[in-house]
Write a protein that binds this ligand. Structure first.
Ligand code: PMV
Length: 347
């Protein structure tokens, strides 16, 4: 490593993302059991700043100073330290750094939106920016940032690229890999970059079964293998739908993916349900609105009860009446209006 600079600061803003074809089930060291594709979002972001100092003494146990929205947060600090210690063999420079990290989310902390994709990718980008500075390199290595993000949280690997990112090996996507995500560069119609994602917050509560536990339950899920095959097929099909601009096909796959994800949870041992009656009421409202109005508006779900309402910009005005009609199912009427975005920004 070059001798200059020995200290400095870096800051990155990184977005959340919403999977269209879902990653559910993993093996080895955070390797996905099937490929996935996502829209990168633009408003739900984490901003992370790091003051760093490099010294020649290797730390056996990496400790950080951490602030979340200006205050101490022991749970997040512990998570970050655990993550850094778990990757220090692969990313040797981390053991020589003194780190003061501060982070904030653009979305309310208790909104039921998982922040691991935006926070882990913002952290990884900062760390690789530090490595770049220490090496006097020209450019940050985004693929390496995606790899490091993945080790923190699988879906975070996709947040490094926008507006669409693919993670997981697929014969339909050249250069795709299980180790990191890549930007999706296939020929898709511009309408897909105009998509809104209105997140209808059905519940702000932390979910009863974490994603980590959910992934683990896929190991003994009797439907696992056929699910992994299905996801691979869905990726190929959705790519064709985006290439031809077939919104109906696109929406059909996206909704099947969401419901399959939750069906897998219900078919786990022990079984569990993360959707609530409000989730189902909203889904039925979306379906009847779509039927009656003939408007391409679709939903997807994360591993939780909240609905992501997806529709192209051209229909934003018309979708307003649907949004008004489902507000009553949202906790405190909370809706986070997001859109497809271009990816992380260096601050
Ligand atoms: O990245 P994790 O371990 O939080 O898992 C995310 C899983 C889903 O959000 C349900 C699907 C996905 O591909 O993002």
């Amino acid at each position: 490593m070059n001798s200059t600079p020995r200290k400095g600061n870096v800051a990155w803003q990184s977005p959340s993302n919403i999977a269209l074809v879902k990653y559910w089930g993993k093996h080895g060291r955070q390797l996905p059991s099937n490929p996935s594709i996502s829209f990168t979002l633009s408003k739900a972001v984490t901003k992370t700043r790091i003051n760093y100092a490099f010294d020649a003494v290797r730390r056996d146990d990496i400790k950080v100073d951490f602030r979340f929205h200006g205050s101490e947060n022991i749970a997040f600090k512990t998570k970050i330290e655990k993550f850094l210690n778990s990757v220090k063999e692969e990313f040797d420079f981390l053991s020589f750094l003194n780190l003061e990290i501060s982070s904030e989310n653009s979305f309310p902390h208790s909104s039921g939106i998982a922040s691991s994709a935006s926070s882990m990718s913002a952290l990884a980008l900062c760390l690789l920016d530090i490595e770049k500075e220490l090496n006097n390199a020209e450019q940050i290595d985004f693929v390496k940032a995606s790899h490091l993000s993945r080790l923190g949280s699988g879906s975070a690997s996709r947040s490094v690229f926008g507006p669409l990112a693919v993670w997981g090996k697929s014969k339909s996507v050249a250069d795709s890999s299980n180790e990191f995500a890549i930007p999706f560069t296939g020929a898709y119609k511009p309408i897909f970059e105009t998509f809104h994602d209105d997140i209808l917050i059905v519940s702000k509560a932390e979910k009863s079964v974490s994603s980590t536990a959910g992934h683990a339950l896929m190991i003994d899920n009797p439907y696992a293998q056929s699910r992994f095959n299905q996801a691979g097929g869905h990726l190929t099909e959705i790519i064709t739908a985006m290439e031809t601009g077939d919104l109906e096909k696109f929406g059909n796959i996206v909704e099947k993916e969401a419901l399959t994800l939750h069906a897998l949870m219900m078919a786990s041992d022990p079984p569990y349900i993360l959707m609530t009656p409000a989730t189902l009421s909203i889904i039925n409202k979306i379906w009847s609105f779509r039927r009656n109005e003939n408007i391409p508006v679709y939903f997807t779900l994360d591993a939780g009860p909240n609905i992501h309402l997806l529709y192209p910009e051209a229909y934003a005005e018309k979708v307003q009446s649907l949004i008004e009609s489902v507000k009553e199912y949202c906790e405190d009427g909370m809706i986070i209006s997001d859109k497809v975005g271009q990816g992380p920004i260096r601050l």
